[in-house]
Design a protein around this ligand. Structure first.
Ligand code: XMP
Length: 521
């Protein structure tokens, strides 16, 4: 396995993704991981990430003893500068920041040899890379050679091949570096000799054995939301311990059309999982009555969810474990949140935030997986492809998509409008063979509790408005509104107005994030 030390770059997670794509297991840890823990981790190699600081004035310093462990090390950007400084080289601030596309001339090295490259008329090999830095290495540490350079950055890559130390100023983990992932694969597979044994079938066997060992013959409960993470966790745990698992599915009345039925069919009927279906719609609606403030609505839904879940959990007196669909990005995020101050824009709620008062031990079998790996696992466990590749759906559900006060009447209108929009997205296939559902990251309808005038047949209508929202994003932190074909928007609008009595106007949201958020509340 490979250890990645995170110096705070925005793209550190991508390094881990690229390594996993080579079927090599890796973990991302904070840069100040103690050397004893690094030793205990026993990595086959270490990758040092980029970061926003300057090495000569920052306290972002790892323990340089890691260079004594006898394993290969790859430094990226800040990681390269820290390596250079720690081993006796020199780092200085550049006069200009280099940002974006760059070409780097490479010389023979185990990192670059044999990779596809651009060949210049003079026979030089050039890699097309992505740079983002102000500082640069100006003097090599003893034992190092330059293996890549360009005019702006004479030491764009360096290596001490004898000790297995490599460093690049550019970012091989981003797709803009043309052969970046090949370089990372080269490092972990050839230079570190890590075994490519991280595959889904292997993972399932290991995970099943681990769950059995952890849980023994005790019972487990899991809050099933219908979302991808909790569903895959349920399928995996069920594979491991069968009937020792009970899922609790709290239907808060704010789910998508037919979602409750779908979840019950998939788990109870098809997979034979024990599922307690709690129809708590009336409770939630009661608690939400009269409330229009978005934050208060979120708090009410979150608190009521915990309440209902707790009651059900108490009924299952034998449960000793609470299973959650926590995935690796959540783990990294909460580790990072300790050092970085996060500003609360919205208080998020999901089934992950469950009660400590239950006194249950936590079972989190997906803690090591990225989202795409969770999906792959879901399919391997027999969950339907469409379910596993669904857009994310927020914990508070339609509660944040009905602006202002939530009413059952509004929820019913919204559910139908939303289902029509999604159906049109799924049915409209673009020239590249992908449906617009697959081409967007998240799409949904929003209920606006305002009425506008319309005309239908010979009559005047005075009905509600629905807004359609579709976004494209890779991380949900920023997003572009999707440039859906007008014809698709037209069909969705027509159908919604014709089929959903009570809606007579449809608008499309053309706001990016920032400044707007993806959800309207
Ligand atoms: P915003 O609206 O903040 O949403 O741009 C970003 C992403 O987060 C989802 N979201 C939630 N997910 N519980 C969740 O599990 C929540 O309370 C919650 N609120 C927003 C939203 O759907 C989008 O994908």
């Amino acid at each position: 396995k490979i250890l990645i030390l995170d110096f705070g770059s925005q793209v550190s997670q991508l390094i881990a993704r690229r390594v996993r794509e080579a079927h090599v297991y890796c973990e991302l840890h904070p840069f100040d991981m103690p050397i004893d823990e690094i030793r205990a981790f026993a990595p086959k190699g270490i990758i040092l990430s980029g970061g926003p600081n300057s090495v000569y004035e920052s306290d972002y310093q790892a323990d340089a003893e890691l260079f004594q462990l006898g394993v290969p090390v790859l430094g990226i950007c800040y990681g390269m500068q820290w390596m250079a400084q720690s081993l006796g080289g020199k780092v200085e601030s550049g006069h200009t920041r280099e940002f974006g596309y760059a070409e780097v001339t490479t010389v023979a090295s185990r990192l670059f040899d044999g990779l596809p490259s651009k060949t210049l008329p003079n026979g030089e090999h050039v890699q097309e890379v992505w740079m983002s830095h102000g500082d640069k290495v100006t003097a090599l540490p003893a034992g190092f050679n330059v293996i890549g350079s360009n005019r702006a950055c004479p030491v764009a890559a360096m290596a001490d091949e004898h000790r297995g130390f490599y460093a690049v100023q550019f970012h091989p983990e981003v797709t803009h570096t043309k052969h970046g992932s090949a370089m990372l694969h080269r490092f972990v597979l050839d230079i570190c000799q890590a075994a490519p044994s991280w595959t889904m079938p292997n993972y399932i066997d290991e995970a099943v054995a681990k769950i059995r060992a952890q849980v023994g013959n005790e019972e487990v409960i899991l809050g099933l939301s219908g979302g991808v993470d909790s569903s895959v966790a349920a399928a995996l745990i069920h594979r491991a311990i069968g009937d020792q698992l009970t899922c609790v599915f709290v239907d808060h009345g704010l789910l998508r059309l037919n979602e409750g039925q779908m979840v019950m069919d998939m788990f109870a009927k098809n997979l034979g999982v024990k599922v307690v279906h709690v129809d708590a719609a009336a409770d939630f609606m009661g608690k939400l009555a009269g409330e229009t403030d978005p934050e208060k609505k979120r708090k009410i839904i979150g608190a009521e969810f915990v309440e209902v879940f707790q009651q059900e959990a108490k009924k299952l007196g034998n449960a000793r474990w609470l299973a959650q669909g926590t995935i690796y990005p959540d783990v990294i995020e909460s580790a990072g949140a300790k050092t970085k101050k996060a500003h609360t824009i919205k208080s998020h709620h999901n089934v992950g935030g469950l009660p400590e008062t239950l006194n249950l031990k936590l079972l989190e079998p997906l803690r090591e997986l990225f989202k795409d790996e969770v999906r792959e696992l879901g399919v391997a466990l027999g969950l339907p492809h469409d379910m596993v590749y669904r857009h994310p759906f927020p914990g508070p559900g339609l509660g944040v998509r009905i602006l202002g006060e939530v009413k059952a009447e509004y929820a019913n209108l919204l559910r139908r409008a939303d289902a029509i929009f999604i159906e049109e997205l799924r049915n409209t296939v673009d020239e590249d063979g992908l449906s617009w559902y697959d081409k967007t990251s998240q799409a949904f309808a929003v209920f606006l509790p305002v009425k506008s005038v319309g005309v239908m047949g010979d009559g005047r209508t005075y009905d509600y408005v629905v807004a359609l929202r579709a976004v494209v994003t890779s991380d949900f932190m920023t997003a572009h509104w999707a440039e859906l074909p007008y014809s698709l928007l037209g069909r969705a609008s027509n159908r919604i107005i014709n089929e959903v009595r009570g809606i007579n106007r449809v608008v499309y949201d053309v706001s990016g994030k920032p400044p707007a958020t993806i959800e309207w509340e």
